[in-house]
Ligand binder design. Structure first.
Ligand code: SF4
Length: 585
């Protein structure tokens, strides 16, 4: 790798001439393309131009034209006689340190450049027509992004120290015990008036993901935000707030939020606090279209009106593991704020970045993690309850997640969305930048048992997953696990070991697929494998949705009823709606 640095320069006529010479040599790119680019760039105030210089020789060896507002490399060009890969890879390493996750839009006909960009870790996402010219948008694999970053440095060091309270709750966990613990939290954080001014409306965003928390009519704990916590918090807030809205949009079976409110007893809240408390299903709320700063992965999101118009948002996640995101805490809890199609689209365009993007648009003033009963093993809905008797609270979601993960025996960098939020400057994970009051981490640490995620294949099922992140692995495990049961045609063997006409290879993560055998069946999973899509079956998403994974794998067992993750008619409707969105891009 070359030792290069990036130096900001102005867009000059000299650069234009160099680019014209470069494209003249490729012989394929239509005339007028460079004029078209320059016209666009000169109009765009967010364009930054970097000269790539070899550190030792201070020699100019290439140019990057970068659109800061869209996190997109408009042009990257390495001069002759320099090796585009050697210089280009090093320049890209420098650029992602400055600007985080980026995309790139080379000319569709510039095959040589596309090849080395793909080798670096970009993946062809979609074609963009600009007048007579076609460009291809390539998105950087998030795994490659994490792997290439040196020590996961933040784009801008987070200067503030954040405060997180770890409050123990009496093990009887009565509403009064929780009320007392909440009082303790607000005292330590500087008083309730710091968060809610007289007459303000407060939105409580619990986690009510699905109905898996009920066993024989009883709530087993660790799946949804405990109703006692919500009730105690409402009692504390009501002397200050004008009204309180409890707002959620369930994630599994998205039309079922009202049913979830009823199952878990939330529907009683309106009668308990008449005229003061209202329940809102965010899946059916009106929305505002809001632009996402830096437009990473998605340019805008539809945000429910209730969240935009409310004065104060308090997020109430549950202390639980997540088989794909590692944890579902403060960063992950905001996924429930998005309308159904937005939730579906986040998987397609990239869940990790889109979870971070939501934090630009929905900004909770406070997070209180429900650690009364957590959930270990195969969370967020099928795991095992774990009694913790804790509440963890703070203003910064990244700091709250970092403290909570350490209590759960995890490294905050283990969760892709938490790591991404940290790198992109949403908060600190470093112990020295988080002041903890109440109990110390050491005092309450109680490691959560992680789910056993198996990438073991079968007689004819070969899994290639080196370097994949927990996202694809978690969802693939979910689908494969359903094949590890007796084959109805021959119960002495497992379905996954059923003899098939051809070997089925499943490629996951950005580094697999270098030795694809075209005479076998090849399934390529996720954005990281998009570059191989034409060589077999591609399962889109980052990570692909559970239904996409199940459909992709169970198509080889037409006699077996595929397991249901969610209501498949709803999923099919969302898939069609996503298709319409993609057509319009
Ligand atoms: S979730 Fe899958 S596609 Fe996305 S970064 Fe991880 S391995 Fe790649």
């Amino acid at each position: 790798m070359a030792d290069v640095s990036l130096k900001r320069i102005r867009l000059t006529r000299g650069i234009k001439e160099e680019l014209m010479r470069y494209y003249a040599k490729t012989g394929k790119v239509a005339e007028g393309y460079v004029d078209h680019l320059f016209h666009k760039w000169e109009e765009n105030k967010e364009i930054l131009v970097y000269q790539i210089e070899k550190k030792t020789e201070k020699e100019a060896c290439g140019i990057i034209v970068y659109d800061r507002a869209g996190s997109n490399i408009e042009e990257i060009y390495v001069k002759d006689p320099y090796d585009p890969k050697e210089i280009g890879f090093s320049a890209l390493d420098e650029l992602i340190l400055l600007h985080s996750l980026v995309s790139v839009t080379p000319n569709d006909e510039d095959f040589q450049k596309k090849d080395w960009l793909i080798e670096y870790g970009f993946r062809p996402f979609r074609k963009i027509k600009e007048g007579p010219f076609v460009r291809e948008k390539l998105e950087l694999s998030t795994v490659v992004y994490f792997d290439r970053l040196k020590e996961h440095r933040q784009i801008k060091p987070y200067r503030k120290t954040e405060h997180v309270v770890v409050e123990k709750v009496n093990p009887t966990q009565s509403e009064e015990d929780i009320f007392e613990a909440l009082k303790g939290i607000f005292e330590k954080l500087g008083g309730i008036k710091k968060y809610v001014k007289k007459g303000e409306s407060v939105i409580l965003k619990p986690n009510i993901v699905a109905d898996h928390g009920m066993v024989d009519g009883q709530y087993k704990g660790g799946v949804v935000t405990d109703l006692k916590l919500v009730k105690a918090l409402i009692r504390i807030l009501l002397p200050h707030a004008s009204k309180i809205i409890v707002a959620e949009g369930s994630s599994i079976n998205r039309s079922a939020t009202t049913k979830m409110f009823r199952i878990y007893g939330y529907d009683k809240l309106e009668d308990l606090f008449p005229g003061k408390v209202k329940l809102v299903d965010l899946n059916t709320d009106d929305t505002y279209e809001m632009a996402v700063p830096f437009r990473r992965r998605m340019a805008s999101r539809k945000v429910p009106k209730t969240l935009v118009e409310g004065d104060v948002i308090i997020s109430l996640p549950v202390m639980k593991l997540h088989f794909a995101a590692i944890v579902s805490l403060a960063i992950k809890n905001l996924q429930g704020t998005m309308p159904p199609l937005e939730k579906y689209m986040t998987h397609f365009f990239g869940l990790w970045q889109n979870l971070v993007n939501i934090h630009y648009l929905v900004r909770p003033k406070l997070t209180i993690i429900d650690g009364l009963i957590g959930q270990e093993d195969f969370g967020p809905v099928s795991g095992v309850p774990k009694v913790m008797n804790l509440l963890i609270a703070g203003e910064n979601p990244v700091a709250c997640d970092a403290v909570c993960m350490r209590i759960m025996g995890l490294d905050p960098k283990d969760s892709p969305p938490v790591l991404l939020a940290y790198i992109q400057g949403f908060g600190p994970i470093e112990e020295e930048k988080i002041k903890i009051s109440g109990a110390s981490i050491e005092e309450v640490r109680n490691p959560f048992r992680l789910p056993e995620i198996s990438m073991k294949g079968g007689v004819n099922f070969k899994i290639h997953s080196q370097g994949a992140c927990p996202g694809c692995k978690g969802y693939l495990h979910f689908a494969l696990h359903k094949l590890r049961r007796p084959d109805p045609k021959a119960p002495e063997r497992l379905l996954i070991d059923r003899p098939l006409d051809k070997i089925i290879n499943i490629y996951v993560g950005p580094y697999e697929g270098r030795e694809i055998k075209d005479n076998e069946i090849n399934i390529f999973v996720g954005t990281c494998q998009l570059h191989n899509a034409k060589r077999g079956i591609h399962l889109p998403g980052c990570p692909p949705h559970a239904e996409v994974m199940i459909k992709g794998i169970f198509q080889f067992f037409p006699d077996v009823l595929p397991p249901k993750y969610a209501d498949d008619t709803e999923e099919a409707k969302l898939e069609r709606m996503l298709g319409e969105v993609l057509k319009g891009l």
